[in-house]
Design a protein around this ligand. Structure first.
Ligand code: ATP
Ligand code: MG
Length: 385
């Protein structure tokens, strides 16, 4: 699948901008703070219904305006479509002009996988980042999962409120039984999804890791293990019962699938603790490439890769082999250098605060100069050839 065209209206620093993309490699480059990541963010918005940088949709609307629109035209193997996001007092999505009832209705139309330097957090930081990674992937494949998570979180909030009412207002403890019953039911469903996908990771991760570290001297075995405090409804219920007294004292629920984690081991040792900087980076790349494999298998075609500043993480040799490994996908890369040598067929787009210059791929280059001037003044001094 691939994105053909993006239209941005009052989105972040873009007032009115059309960006046409190729089914292949697209390199968006320019100095810092010009709006490269904003483009990636607009794609992500139309894919998963929200930004990957903020939970506040208001931040996506141009400072000087009240409403923003993003229109994304895409093509899959069996269909073409248009997704439109409207942000203002409310957030609305349209598929082929038809307004959708829920944000989650757009999920799965355009599948993206995002690579950013922040991905290292998945390995290094606390469980929250790993849960977010896993939840985002499963949600992108199973909109029902997102709905389930939201329902769980609502029930959890209600339980937490009730815990405080027991403590401060002397409400009856037995009432908690209702929440515990509900929470353990949802927990089991969420657990089953997570387990299924962790098992998929487990199946593939070691081979993918070996393929990207093939030049390494030491044989490394990569393993992933799911950590949850239950495995069936009874065990989730039991865990809640056990921590009830402490929960009342603290005013929040200390146990449940909102505390789940997964750990990664290299040669049986947790990579977060014992892994070198390089091993941690490679582990993240392995995780993302495994995600790519799983998504591809599930949807039956190649998802779109968004590499936000990710190339700066890799040296020249790794960049090349990475790009070769994702040849089938549409890839949208942002970077500060012109990494034209990466691939001579790549489409290059130079961005300078809302101005854009489309450069012909090296292969097709003639003396002809092609400008795509939409919202912009001319940037002759930036002209590269
Ligand atoms: P870097 O190379 O540093 O990552 P970038 O090109 O990816 O930079 P972006 O994050 O895409 O930069 O865009 C940042 C620019 O967008 C900043 O100049 C910022 O002030 C501007 N910006 C962010 N939000 C808004 C908004 N709501 N309205 C107008 N401008 C905005
Ligand atoms: Mg950026």
């Amino acid at each position: 699948m691939y994105i053909k065209k993006i239209t941005l209206e009052n989105f972040r620093n873009y007032i009115n901008q059309i960006i046409e993309l190729e089914d292949g490699i697209n390199i968006i480059y320019g100095n810092n703070a010009q709006g490269k990541t904003n483009i990636i963010e607009s794609i992500f918005l139309c894919s998963l219904g929200k930004s990957f940088r903020t939970n506040k949709d208001k931040e996506l609307i141009n400072f000087e305006n009240e409403e923003a629109k993003v229109t994304l035209e895409y093509k899959r193997s069996d269909r073409e479509g248009v997704i439109k996001a409207e942000l203002g007092d409310k957030k609305n999505f349209y598929i082929n002009g038809v307004k959708q009832n829920k944000v989650s209705d757009i999920i799965g139309k355009v599948n993206v996988i995002i690579f950013t330097p922040d991905n290292i957090e998945i390995v290094k930081d606390g469980p929250q980042k790993r849960r977010k990674f896993l939840d985002m992937m499963i949600s992108s494949l199973k909109p029902n999962y997102l709905h389930l998570l939201n329902t769980y979180n609502q029930a959890l909030e209600q339980r937490n409120n009730y815990l405080k009412q027991i403590k401060f207002e002397g409400k009856k403890e037995e009432m908690l039984d209702i929440w515990d019953e509900q929470l353990s039911e949802f927990s089991l469903k969420i657990f089953e999804y997570r387990k299924k996908y962790i098992d998929k990771f487990s199946e593939k991760i070691d081979n993918i890791h070996k393929s990207i570290t093939k030049s390494g001297k030491l044989e490394e075995n990569l393993e992933i293990r799911y950590i949850s405090n239950g495995k069936d409804k009874e065990s989730f219920l039991e865990a809640l019962n056990k921590s009830r007294k402490i929960d009342i004292k603290r005013g929040f629920t200390a146990t449940g699938i909102h505390r789940d984690d997964f750990l990664i081991y290299i040669n049986k040792r947790p990579v977060a603790i014992y892994g070198s900087q390089g091993q941690q980076r490679t582990t993240v790349l392995t995780l993302k490439l495994t995600e790519l494999e799983i998504v591809k298998e599930e949807i039956g075609e190649s998802p779109i890769l968004l590499l936000d500043d990710f190339m700066s993480e890799l040296d020249e040799k790794r960049r090349k082999s990475f790009i070769e490994s994702i040849e089938e996908n549409q890839v949208i890369i942002t970077c500060t250098d012109d990494i034209e040598n990466l691939n001579t067929k790549a489409k290059r787009i130079y961005v300078e605060a809302r101005k854009m210059l489309i450069l012909l791929p090296k292969e097709k280059r003639t003396r002809r100069k092609k400008w795509k001037n939409l919202n912009m003044s001319i940037m002759q001094n930036k002209y590269k050839y």
